[in-house]
Ligand binder design. Structure first.
Ligand code: NAP
Length: 291
């Protein structure tokens, strides 16, 4: 069964090696690529652990990574001012926001204030528009990571039916645009919470991407025999059999889906590490050095 599992860590390692050589070139030319994450100064253990993993990845490729925290009391205005400062600071090449944004913050106002040349997640309307036109500059790293995985595994999509469960701005919708592009040429169906019969669509998929944000939501009998399954979901679920009392799970019931599919990304070790590697590459590109 192991032969079906896609090794996201190995794919990420290959991308990191490329990025490390790009960064070395940039540094030799006097540029220190720098990524800054912007967040409110609130306690968030899961963000802290995500940050630690990302900081470690940045260190491996010699990208400078900082976190700028905005006092919660300064509200959306403080956040926008911080974005303006980072946009104007020539030592910052890439800006990342902690999502979801705090309740009451306007996504439209905030996304529109990110300097487009530093918008490595592709949130700014200009970057989102370029993606919609099929000419992506920066695009959400998780969506790009799915494409990266399929390419690394030699999975061609021309003429295939891709079914995406989820239409969010950060995963489902940009992934649909990427899969539809000329050159990738999938036929794409996007499902969401108002889709009537999810199982009917899922069972038609040559490529089934789960990005619903619900732990172990997709049962094995939604997977067409031989389909490729990409599981974007990341959740910690209670697990009394584990020493920690919890384990990571995706949006897919892994064991059931693995039995039916031809290839599948596990959680952890699938989309997550590739997403981080793609972010590093986008940062190097923003600093002027990516291939
Ligand atoms: N591995 C990574 O690097 C990475 C990165 C980002 C996110 N994630 C994970 O990916 C998952 C999705 O993230 P997201 O930000 O896209 O989540 P999101 O913003 O909550 O969007 C979820 C999408 O799923 C749809 N949905 C929710 N419940 C549904 C149901 N019962 N039936 C059909 N559709 C349903 C929603 O439909 P509506 O639009 O109709 O509400 C929405 O389009 C989460 O588990 C998140 O943790 C992983």
């Amino acid at each position: 069964m192991d032969g079906k599992r896609i090794d996201g860590k190995a794919i990420a390692k290959r991308i990191e090696e490329e990025v490390a050589s790009d960064v070395a070139r940039l540094r030799a030319a006097g540029t220190e690529p720098r990524l800054v994450s912007l967040a409110l100064d609130e306690e968030d253990p899961s963000f802290a652990s995500y940050l630690r993993a990302r900081e470690a990845a940045c260190r491996r490729v010699a990208i400078r990574s900082d976190v700028e925290t905005v006092p919660s009391a300064s509200g959306e205005r403080g956040f926008l001012e911080a974005l303006d400062r980072l946009g104007a600071d020539a030592s910052v090449h890439a800006i990342l926001l902690k999502l979801p944004l705090p309740a009451g913050f306007s996504e439209e106002r905030i996304f529109s204030r990110i300097e487009p040349e530093k918008d490595v997640e592709g949130h700014h309307p200009l970057n989102a528009g370029l993606l919609a036109l099929g000419r992506p500059r920066f695009a959400p790293c998780t969506a790009l990571a799915v494409l990266e995985i399929l390419a690394a595994e030699g999975i061609a999509l021309a003429g295939k039916h891709a079914v995406i469960l989820g239409r969010s701005r950060v995963v489902g919708a940009p992934l649909a645009a990427l899969l539809l592009r000329k050159g990738t040429d999938a036929t794409v169906t996007v499902c969401h919470s108002r889709t009537g019969d999810l199982a009917r669509f899922a069972r038609q998929a040559d490529l089934l991407v789960a990005a619903v944000g619900r732990p172990e939501f997709v049962p094995g009998d939604w997977v067409r025999p031989g389909a490729v399954v990409v599981d974007v979901g990341t959740h910690s679920v209670p697990d009394p059999s584990s020493a920690k009392g919890w384990r990571l799970a995706g949006d897919v019931r892994f064991d059931e889906a693995e039995a039916a599919c031809s290839r599948i990304t596990p959680v952890p070790g699938g989309v997550g590490p590739v997403t981080t590697a793609v972010l590093l590459r986008a940062t190097a590109r923003a600093a002027g050095g990516a291939r």
